[in-house]
Design a protein around this ligand. Sequence first.
Ligand code: 5GP
Ligand code: MG
Length: 178
Amino acid sequence: MRGMTIKKIMFTEEELGGIVSELADKINSDLCGAESLTVLCVLKGAVMFTADLVRRLNVPDIRIEFIRASSYGKSDVSSGEVSVGDATGDIRGRDVLVVEDIIDTGRTLNSLKERLLNMRPKSLRFCGLFDKPSRRIADFKADYVGAVIPDEFIVGYGLDYAECYRHLPYVAVIELNS
Ligand code: 5GP
Ligand code: MG
């Protein structure tokens, strides 16, 4: 693997906590009165975010499911090819909230949306922690976005570069040294 240095911290641990709290407040008010919810975490990047978000949701019966989707492979440039695993759990007739780390070209969530709608959920909402609208190719708009960010490659808080740096408690912009 090429060397890497941290260029700058984009969001500290505290800032991430604030972003997640704000998102949870919005989701809670939209879901006010809902009895149950299926939270569908898009692996692996959204794991930390999902774990923090669900602990702030007020719905009494929450199920957490996981789906695998990847478009980047080992590169820092999206391949444009999206492979989406099979959703676990039965979402038919359920309110579903898809939780994703970052929306980039929009291809991942666009193709996931199509598949999930075929499974006839009662409702389907999408929540992205980060959004890079300047990179959008597919026509996709999330219901909830934590922070809009510029076109920079970030790691940490679940986000990786070649499977590394997911464990960082903050989000940073990295510089790849060749
Ligand atoms: P897209 O919206 O292009 O289909 O892909 C979104 C996926 O690309 C995200 O789930 C994430 O895995 C990856 N991705 C996009 N931008 C970044 C980034 O800045 N850093 C990292 N680590 N992954 C990214
Ligand atoms: Mg991802």
